[in-house]
Design a protein around this ligand. Structure first.
Ligand SMILES: [Cu+2]
Length: 297
């Protein structure tokens, strides 16, 4: 035990010696780890994905009450929990990851039927299929300018849906990081010069144009290559639903957002090429898939 402690101590020391000129934040990675107490109810368990969906209380100093799928540190942590269980757990946030650990069942309660804002039946929410034209929709961009989706015709698009307050590094912030990586690759590949990135926020209450502009700047988004849009809640929800994005807001708090992730390639004629589900796609995969699309347009 003592040996291990010594080894660790010298490991840290070595780290400091090896990178004295770097910022402490990148040197001292272990200090990036933050842990928060989470209390909530398990709504669903997905052992194959190593995930549990938890409706949880405010996490002081980190995020408001929310319902989200969380990864667990080890799959076996899911063995002892079931929908309806009330749990205490520790939410660990590291630079690009987030997971639950120390999950402890403290009770159970009937599952409340979550009032999910279902899309109105009349608006025709079928999922778009590859080859179908993406319907037009009105948005406003990070400069407050009105932008119809059809105004992007002529550019091959990579479109994703996010909100800037999304607290989990593996969700919306990951989409942002992936888009930033794609943007960098686009700059270095003249054959992809006409590809444009579009991030659409489904949280128009918070993500006003100034907020989106600031967010874009934080990500080093080049406005000629990467546009941030938002719109009325209904317009955004209906548009997003066509790609398979579901957004649910708690009735008592529209800022409590639960959502899925979808990212899509749309060709220069405005037709859907491909949709990526969730957060498991990579920038390289998208770049590969873009090449034939750009070539044929
Ligand atoms: Cu998110």
């Amino acid at each position: 035990m003592r040996g291990l402690t010594l080894f660790r101590a010298s490991g840290r020391l070595a780290l400091f010696f090896f990178c004295p000129s770097l910022l402490l934040s990148s040197c001292g990675r272990p200090s990036d780890r933050r842990a928060y107490a989470l209390q909530g109810q398990v709504l669903a368990v997905a052992p194959n994905r190593g995930e549990a969906t938890i409706k949880h209380e405010d996490i002081k100093g980190f995020m408001p009450a929310m319902t989200m799928p969380y990864k667990v540190k080890e799959p076996k942590l899911l063995d002892n929990i079931a929908p309806g269980d009330l749990i205490n757990a520790t939410l660990v946030i590291v630079s690009n990851d987030a997971y639950l650990t120390k999950i402890k069942k403290v009770g159970s309660a009937p599952l409340e039927k979550r009032p999910v804002a279902a899309p109105p039946a009349s608006s025709g929410f079928e999922l778009l299929k590859a080859g179908e034209a993406v319907p037009d929709a009105s948005f406003v961009d990070q400069d407050g300018k009105k932008r119809g989706f059809s105004a992007f015709r002529g550019s091959t698009l990579v479109v994703t849906f996010i909100y800037t307050r999304c607290p989990l590094p593996t969700f919306c912030p990951l989409m942002d990081r992936h888009f930033a990586a794609i943007q960098n690759s686009l700059k270095n590949d003249p054959s992809l010069a006409k590809v444009h990135l579009v991030s659409i926020s489904f949280d128009p209450i918070t993500d006003t144009p100034p907020v989106l502009r600031k967010h874009a700047r934080t990500l080093n988004a080049d406005p000629h290559r990467w546009t941030f849009l938002t719109g009325t809640r209904d317009d955004v929800d209906q548009f997003a639903a066509r790609f398979g994005v579901s957004v649910a807001r708690a009735y008592d708090n529209p800022l409590d957002i639960t959502h899925t992730l979808r990212t899509a390639i749309v060709d220069a004629d405005g037709k859907l090429v491909k949709v990526y589900t969730g957060n498991e796609w990579t920038p390289d995969q998208v770049l590969m898939d873009l090449k034939p699309v750009v070539r044929s347009s």
